[in-house]
Design a binder for this molecule. Sequence first.
Ligand SMILES: *Cc1c(COP(=O)(O)O)cnc(C)c1O
Length: 395
Amino acid sequence: MTSLPSKFGPYGGQFVPETLMPALDELERVYCAARADPAFQAEFEGLLAAYVGRPTPVTYAARLSARLGGARIYLKREDLAHTGAHKINNALGQGLLVKRMGKRRIVAETGAGQHGVAAATVAALLGLECVVYMGTIDIARQQPNVFRMKLLGAEVRPVTSGSQTLKDAINEAIRDWVTNVRDTHYLLGSALGPHPYPTMVRDFQSVIGREARAQIVAAAGRLPDACVACVGGGSNAIGLFQGFRADEDVALIGVEAGGAGLESGRHAARFGDPSRGRLGVIHGTRTFVLQDADGQIAETHSVSAGLDYAAVGPEHALLRDQERAFYTAATDAEALAAFQLLCETEGIIPALESAHAVAEAVKRAPTMRPDQILLVNLSGRGDKDLDTVMRELGM
Ligand SMILES: *Cc1c(COP(=O)(O)O)cnc(C)c1O
C-alpha cells in the first residue's frame, strides 16, 4: 500500500500551501512503506522496550476505588514511560522515519513542553539536530522542561506572536518546515495537522491501547466497561481507544479542558461548547475549532498547558459523530481536586492533563457497580506541574 485514507468522514484532509504538498506526499510514502516493513516495526518495538521502558504497567487503584465507591479503577501508567509521558511513543516513531527519509534535522512545537522534551530526547538518541518552537507564555509556565530540552541539545525558539501558546508555536514550526523542507522533518506532537499526521500519530500511540487491553484482561479477567482519557490534540486518547474500538461494549470517553467553566468562555472544550466550537480549518486539517463570532480562532484557557489548544484531532470528531466515543469536560478546579486525590490515595503525582481524566473517574465511578471496571489513561507524571499546582493551591 502506498497511500492511506486522508480523511475521517468529513474531517481531516490536507489544507496546506502548495509548497508543502511534496513533503506530505513523501512522508506518506515513507510511512506506508515503514508500517508494512517488519524491520521498521522490529526496530520501533525494540526501542519502545529497551529505551522507553515499555510495556508500561496497568495499576489497580485500590484506595482511590474504595474512596469513591462503585467501579474498580485501573490506571494505564504512561507516566512511567521515559521522559514521563506518552509523547515519546510518537516522537520515537517519527524519529525513525526521519532516518529512513535521510533527513538530519527536526523541528517541533510544544505546549506543556512534554512533546518538546520527547522530540529533543529522540533527536539526541538518533543524532539529529532539533529546534523546538514554544510560546513565551508556555516557556514561563514550564521552565523545567525548557531547561531539559536545552540539556538534551535542542534549541528552544521563543514564539512571541498571537497568544504566545501552542497554536502560535505550530505556525512557526510549519513556517520553518516550509523553508527547510529538503533536510527537515516536522515532528508534530499530537493526532492533528494535515494527513498523514493524524493517522501516523494514532498508529504510533496505539501501543497504549494494545498493551492496556491485554493487561486489563490479564489483571481483571475481562474488558473494562469504560476507557477514559484526556483530550488535548487527542493522541493519548486515540492511542488508548484504538485498542478497544472493536469492543462495542467498552465505552470510550474523552475529557476536554473545561478551564474556568464552559459558561465562562475561558476553556478549551471544542466539543463541549457548541456556541463556539464549530467546524473549521486549522493547521492543515478540518475539525472542530473554538472560534469567535467572526470565525477567528478563539483564545483558550486551561490550567494544563497540554490541553490548551483551540482544535481537536479530526478522528475524534468522527468518533463523536458515530457515537463510538463520548466527550465531556473537567474544569481546572475539578482537575486540581482529582490531582490531590490521586496523590493522597495512590502515591502517584499525575500530570495536570491526566488529572482531567481522573476527574471524570471521580464523577463516574460512584455511579457504577463494584463489579464494573473503569480504565483511566494516566498520560503523564506531574513533576513539570509542581510550580503551577503550588500556586493554584496556595501552598
Ligand atoms: C501533551 C499531553 C497531553 C495532551 O495531548 P494529547 O495529544 O491530547 O494526548 C496529555 N497529557 C500529557 C501528560 C501531555 O504531555
